[in-house]
Unconditional design. Structure first.
Length: 127
């Protein structure tokens, strides 16, 4: 499975400094299932040679539950993003912080919440 249906390493936030930048400079949108931090046109994604891209990071604290529960929450967030990333604007850094309400939810619920919060943040392509 290749192409737009995967989440390559280049589309993931990996360093703590990237997450900190999103927390400090990003627009915060609070939802029932997760909190969305969005940085539009982050400096490390705007290079002359790089094409327009997005980077995403998922955060699940121990408040969510045990390791199995946290991993499921991360998988739900990742899958909701992966299925809808083409609907989002380019040149974004996105951090999704799971809340305890995500426990027991289905992918469709998380996906609907992502689209709702993205629309509220103004990063959803409505074309």
């Amino acid at each position: 499975m290749r192409g737009s249906s995967t989440l390559p390493k280049t589309e993931r936030l990996q360093r703590g400094s990237q997450f900190r930048h999103a927390y400090e400079h990003g627009h915060k949108i609070v939802g029932k299932l997760f909190v969305l931090y969005v940085v539009d046109h982050p400096p490390d994604l705007r290079t002359a040679t790089a094409r327009a891209t997005r980077a995403v990071g998922m955060v699940t604290s121990r408040k969510i539950g045990d390791a199995v529960t946290r991993n499921r929450a991360r998988r739900l967030l990742r899958e909701a993003y992966r299925l809808n990333k083409q609907k989002l604007n380019n040149n974004l850094q996105i951090v999704m912080v799971a809340r305890t309400a995500i426990n027991g939810k289905k992918r469709q619920d998380v996906e609907a919440e992502l689209l709702r919060l993205s629309r509220a943040a103004g990063i959803l392509n409505e074309t």
